[in-house]
Design a protein around this ligand. Structure first.
Ligand SMILES: [Ca+2]
Ligand SMILES: [Ca+2]
Ligand SMILES: [Ca+2]
Ligand SMILES: [Ca+2]
Length: 416
């Protein structure tokens, strides 16, 4: 989940209609989708691209990986924004039976807007398959959005070079501000530490991993996500770690991307301590980052189990950090969901589902008959009651416990 350059577009008019392709869209793009490098980006810290002549609007895709009965996997996508004609409609991206050697249990799938891995990329969600190699290392494959080409082997990361599939976690995010998602990898390091790597997109592939630094986290009890925590246009690694004493449920800290956007992180900056005495729980929480109040700065969202097993959504607005710092306000409760809502039977993501540049909450929820995807539209000060975005029936193979999702931060062009 990425929201790094929302600052750039904050204040643009809300656009209700989508028109055909722009003059600058590459030939590979679909009629309204554009590739990552065409979206206006910060050219320096917080500075909008002066060449931006076209209005762009987020058109995020929910990328789904579905476990096949033969052990392989199917990739699918759902357009999450109602500015698109096929909003809420699941479509197949790729069918990868076990005979192709791809495996649901031995692949992690991360949707993003990485690159035109093949020339027929249409600007919809790309998928990276982080695949267990025979030696225990990693094979990195890319599936270009809309492409009919086979998955492209982008990188081989051998065990002999220290890579472990089991001890690595890939995350999509644009760490150098060029519009293409890069892959950030958190890898188990020496005891009590992790090593952070980045595979930077060059627009056609993910380049060889570059070691960005180490941090004192216990790999097994951290959650890692990527968003621009300090508003400089370069996405940062945010880590929520389980507390080391019973008094602390979890802590959140940020490994800021170097201000050049091209190199190493520094030491993590502490960003919050969540105490058990205040009701916080590591096991009963999940953490997200995005701009849910529309000020252009990334906010923290904590989805928490309620006392009755439902869902409570807490928001910590950004307090406009100074350069090199991070700052989030006290949590404010934005939504409480009871009734059929279950924390344990749902997963949440952030994405702008209505083209207003304000991130909304998306919930993927288990049902007896499959999965329902909901959106909770942000008003900028709260969340509207969830409305149904997509229904994924069990008769089509959809099962909450054998499906994984991620949001691709894809964009489209709109009228002048
Ligand atoms: Ca990038
Ligand atoms: Ca940053
Ligand atoms: Ca915000
Ligand atoms: Ca929105």
């Amino acid at each position: 989940m990425t929201a790094g350059w929302r600052r750039v577009v904050t204040g643009m008019a809300v656009v209700a209609a989508v028109v055909g392709g722009s003059s600058t869209a590459s030939a590979a793009d679909g009629p309204q989708r554009v590739s990552g490098d065409e979206v206006p980006r910060a050219t320096a810290a917080g500075t909008p691209d002066p060449g931006a002549a076209i209005a762009y609007v987020p058109m995020p895709d929910l990328g789904l990986a579905q476990r096949r009965s033969d052990g392989g996997l199917n990739l699918a996508r759902i357009p999450l924004s109602d500015v698109e004609a096929d909003f809420g409609q699941a479509s197949s991206v790729r069918t990868l039976p076990a005979t192709t050697h791809f495996s649901y249990d031995r692949s992690r799938v991360v949707a993003g807007d990485y690159a035109d891995f093949t020339p027929d990329d249409d600007g919809t969600a790309d998928h990276v398959l982080w695949h267990l190699a025979a030696d225990g290392g990693v094979l990195v494959y890319g599936v270009a959005g809309g492409s009919t080409a086979p998955p492209q082997l982008l990188r081989t990361l051998p065990k002999s070079a220290g890579w472990s599939w089991a001890d690595s976690r890939p995350i999509a995010g644009d760490v150098n501000g060029d519009g293409w998602d890069d892959l950030v990898i958190v890898h188990r390091g020496a005891p009590g530490t992790v090593v952070v790597w980045a595979m930077i997109s060059d627009g056609t592939t993910l380049t060889a991993p570059v070691r960005w630094g180490t941090a004192a986290y216990d790999f097994g009890v951290t959650r890692n996500y990527v968003a621009d925590a300090d508003g400089d246009g370069f996405e940062d690694l945010i880590t929520t770690a389980r507390g080391t004493t019973s008094a602390v449920a979890f802590t959140t800290s940020v490994l800021l991307t170097n201000p050049t956007g091209t190199a190493a992180v520094r030491s993590p900056v502490a960003a919050g301590t969540y105490k058990t005495s205040a009701g916080w729980s590591w096991a009963y929480s999940r953490q997200l980052a995005g701009d849910v109040d529309g000020d252009g700065l990334v906010d923290l969202v904590t989805v928490h189990r309620s006392g009755t097993g439902g869902v409570i959504v807490w928001v910590q607005a950004s307090c406009s950090p100074a350069a090199g710092k991070v700052c989030w306000k006290t949590p404010v409760r934005w939504q409480t969901l009871a009734g059929g809502w279950s924390f344990l039977d749902s997963r949440q993501y952030l994405a702008d589902t209505n083209g207003d540049y304000v991130d909304d909450l998306v919930s993927v929820h288990r049902t007896p008959n499959g999965i329902i995807v909901w959106r909770h539209v942000s008003t900028g000060a709260g969340l509207r009651a969830p409305s149904r975005l997509a229904t994924l029936p069990i008769t089509a193979g959809w099962n909450f416990s054998s499906t994984r999702e991620s949001v691709a931060d894809t964009w489209g062009s709109v009228g002048p």
